[in-house]
Design a binder for this molecule. Structure first.
Ligand SMILES: [Zn+2]
Ligand SMILES: [Zn+2]
Length: 330
C-alpha cells in the first residue's frame, strides 16, 4: 500500500512509499482508511517541530471502517465506521494514566508520530481507542472527530465558558472553527477573528451563525479568550482582549518559543488553561455533541486530495488554505 512516511529530518524527508499492509495483532483492529485529515501537528512533524520517531507513517485524524480484528477482539466491530483516539499505547502505571489522564502519560506513543498512522490504506490500532460514529454524520465529517475531542478537552474539561460570556476565538483554522462552535453550544457570545487573508474561512463560520471579524479585538473586553492561531500575534491579541479576571485558553501550538506580553496574565489575574490531545471523557463528550447536532463538521472539510498528491495537500495546509484538507488513500 502507498503511505506518506516521515523518513528523517526535514520536510524533504516526507515521502510517498510502498509499504507492507499491516495485520491486526491481538487486542487490535485493522482499519481501512476512508480519509485522514491533515493536522497542524502533521506540519510540525514534517518540520521537526513536534516529537516523533522515524520512519513513521504520518496522520492521526483518521476516519475508517474496521476491516479485520485481532485475537480477543469482538467481531462485531467489523464493518463499523469509526474514528480513533490518537494513542497507540500508554504505560497504564504512571500517576497520570492511573488518574484517567492518559493524554499526559510521559510514555505515550501516538499514531502518526511514534506509531504508523493514517496517511495509508490501512492502519492498525488498539480496539480500546475506537469510537463508533453516528450514522447521521456525513461521509467525511468523521475526520473532524479527533480534533473536536481535542477542542473539547480544552473547553469542556472543565467547562471554561459560562452562558452569556463574551468569548473571543483567534484563528479560523479547524481548531478555531470547532472551538467557536463548542463555545457557542456552551452559551457564549462568540466572535471568531482572523486576518484579511482568512475571509473565506471566516465566511464558513459566519454561515454557521458565528460572529466574525478581521479587526483587532477590543481590549479588556472578553470573559474568555481562546487562542487557536498558534501564532505570537494571535496569542498577544488574545491576552490583550481578555478582561480583568478572565480566562485565556491555549489551543493552538506554536511549535517554537515565542515572545508574548505575559505580564498581562498578572496585571489582569487571568486564569490560563489548556488541554493536550484528548481523553476518553473528552471523546465521549465530543461524540455527544455530534449526536445532538451541536456542531457542524461537514462544512469544515474544504479539500480532498488523493494520497499521490500529498505534497500539494501539505503545502495548502501549511499555507492555511481552506479549513480541513483530507488525504484519501485510494
Ligand atoms: Zn490533530
Ligand atoms: Zn502512563
Amino acid at each position: 500500500m502507498k503511505a506518506v512516511v516521515k523518513m528523517g529530518r526535514g520536510p524533504d524527508n516526507v515521502v510517498l512509499r510502498d509499504v507492507e499492509e499491516p495485520v491486526a495483532v491481538p487486542g487490535h483492529v485493522r482499519v481501512r482508511v476512508v480519509a485522514t485529515g491533515i493536522c497542524g501537528t502533521d506540519i510540525h512533524v514534517a518540520h521537526d517541530e513536534y516529537a516523533h520517531e522515524v520512519p513513521v507513517i504520518m496522520g492521526h485524524e483518521i476516519l475508517g471502517v474496521v476491516d479485520a480484528v485481532g485475537d480477543g477482539v469482538d467481531e462485531q466491530w467489523i464493518g463499523a465506521r469509526v474514528a480513533c483516539e490518537t494513542y497507540y499505547s500508554t504505560c497504564e502505571t504512571c500517576e497520570w494514566c492511573r488518574a484517567g489522564r492518559r493524554n499526559l502519560c510521559p510514555s505515550r506513543r501516538s499514531l502518526g508520530s511514534f506509531e504508523n498512522g493514517g496517511f495509508s490504506a490501512f492502519v492498525v490500532m488498539p480496539v480500546t481507542n475506537l469510537h463508533r460514529l453516528p450514522d447521521s454524520l456525513g461521509p467525511l465529517d468523521g475526520v473532524l472527530a479527533e480534533p473536536l475531542a481535542c477542542v473539547v478537552q480544552c473547553l469542556l474539561d472543565p467547562a471554561v465558558v459560562n452562558a452569556g460570556d463574551r468569548v473571543l476565538v483567534t484563528g479560523p483554522g479547524a481548531m478555531g472553527q470547532l472551538a467557536a462552535q463548542v463555545a457557542l453550544a456552551q452559551g457564549g457570545r462568540v466572535t471568531l477573528i482572523g486576518l484579511a487573508k482568512d475571509s473565506d474561512r471566516l465566511a464558513i463560520a459566519a454561515a454557521l451563525g458565528i460572529t466574525t471579524s478581521t479587526e483587532a479585538p477590543e481590549t479588556d473586553a472578553y470573559d474568555v479568550v481562546i487562542e487557536c492561531s498558534g501564532s505570537a500575534p494571535g496569542a498577544a491579541a488574545a491576552l490583550r482582549a481578555a478582561r480583568r479576571g478572565g480566562r485565556y485558553v491555549q489551543v493552538g501550538i506554536f511549535g517554537k518559543e515565542v515572545t508574548l506580553p505575559f505580564d498581562v496574565v498578572l496585571y489582569k489575574e487571568l486564569v490560563v488553561s489548556s488541554g493536550f490531545a484528548s481523553t476518553a471523557t473528552s471523546w465521549r463528550r465530543a461524540i455527544a455533541l455530534i449526536e445532538q447536532g451541536q456542531v457542524s463538521l461537514g462544512p469544515l472539510v474544504t479539500r480532498e486530495v488523493p494520497i499521490e498528491r500529498f505534497a500539494e495537500a501539505f503545502a495548502a495546509a501549511a499555507a492555511g488554505e481552506g479549513i480541513k484538507t483530507v488525504i484519501i488513500p485510494s
